[in-house]
Design a binder for this molecule. Structure first.
Ligand code: NCD
Ligand code: ZN
Length: 329
């Protein structure tokens, strides 16, 4: 079996900085023609200049790869967009403190009414980490009314619910025309039992946390039908081994090394291979109006064993034998 995908796209990716940027970019360019790259670096990417600098750094390390760097939403954002009015922006909203490097995130959405109105008018996209600071299993569901209010107040604003993990948010997609969603591989594969039902696996610990079998089933229904308002977004978020295998483990799953082989296996097993191309690229191209470099990636059914560590980071499914791999060019 060989399956070829034209210009696969990852709609939510952490490439990090420093030495790690080389590792992450290597994996990203092997499998994808582009990605929406997250701005939560140690110093958030919150100006146009920082965005351009980061983009250039990524492009220096990659070939045939379009990084769409999101802008970290804060009090500077409105001015930045106005100063560069001819450019399209993707803006990432992190509620303050809910995840890695989000200490500079938004405290209250009420302060950003003018910005959201401006973005709506211009056709920019608002990408949202939708969690409150409530109880861990409830915090995504508690964000549902906030999404609904945003969707109704700014009916033309393109709002992307990032890495949805619950049935509650899955059910919002058909209720509001301007709500979209990204879905990760790990939320399609795993539930809380995989994370902590037996021995604790810190390499599956992430925000939002993986949830129940019913939640996973809701996400699978969307992905396996390539629901037109969903996009694959890996949320591959590496942390060095020492930051994961400790008390106070950092949140984030490094899934980049296994993404397309495991997505292929999962979709094949659920007789949904015909929907994979829409889920990993075509939907995003339509939703974001993307013009991606031409890149064909072929997945073949030849086994491979996942490395135990990639440049100091433990990948998801480390040491496991996978049924599929990316074919050599
Ligand atoms: C991400 C990270 O480490 O940057 N962590 C995660 O658990 N997903 C941040 C994020 O997307 O929430
Ligand atoms: Zn993320």
């Amino acid at each position: 079996m060989r399956l070829t995908i034209n210009s696969p796209f990852d709609a939510h990716l952490h490439l990090r900085e420093g030495d790690m940027l080389k590792t992450t970019t290597r994996f990203a360019t092997r499998m994808f023609a582009g990605a929406v790259v997250m701005p939560n670096l140690s110093k958030p990417i919150d100006t146009f200049e920082a965005m351009e600098r980061y983009k250039a750094q990524i492009q220096e390390l990659s070939r045939d790869f379009e990084p769409i760097v999101a802008l970290f939403l804060n009090e500077k954002t409105e001015e930045e967009i106005k100063r560069h009015g001819d450019r399209a922006f993707t803006v990432k909203l992190y509620p303050r403190g809910v995840t890695t490097n989000s200490a500079g995130g938004a405290v209250s959405l009420d302060e950003y009414g003018a910005l959201f109105g401006l973005m709506e008018e211009r056709g920019d996209a608002l990408l949202v980490h939708g969690e409150t600071d409530g109880e861990v299993l409830l915090r995504e569901g508690e964000f549902a009314p906030i999404y609904e209010r945003l969707a109704k107040t700014y009916p033309k604003l393109k709002i992307v619910m990032e890495h949805i993990s619950t049935e509650v948010l899955a059910n919002l997609l058909d209720r509001h025309k301007n709500l979209y969603a990204t879905i990760t591989l790990h939320h399609l594969l795993f539930t809380l039992d995989d994370l902590l039902g037996g021995r604790l696996n810190p390499h599956l610990f992430c925000k939002p946390i993986v949830k129940t079998a019913a939640d996973r089933a809701a996400l699978r229904r969307l992905a396996f039908s390539a629901h037109e308002k969903t996009m694959f977004g890996s949320d591959s978020a590496p942390h060095y081994r020492g930051c994961k295998e400790r008390a106070g483990a950092a949140a984030g799953v490094f899934s980049a090394p296994v993404l397309l082989p495991e997505l292929t296996r999962l979709f094949m097993e659920h007789s949904s291979a015909g929907c994979l191309r829409r889920f990993v690229g075509q939907n995003a191209k339509r939703i974001y109006n993307l013009n991606l470099p031409h890149k064909t990636v072929t997945i073949e059914d030849a086994p491979q064993t996942v490395e135990n560590e990639c440049d100091g980071v433990v990948p998801m499914l480390f040491g496991k034998r996978l049924a599929y791999r990316v074919a050599a060019d």
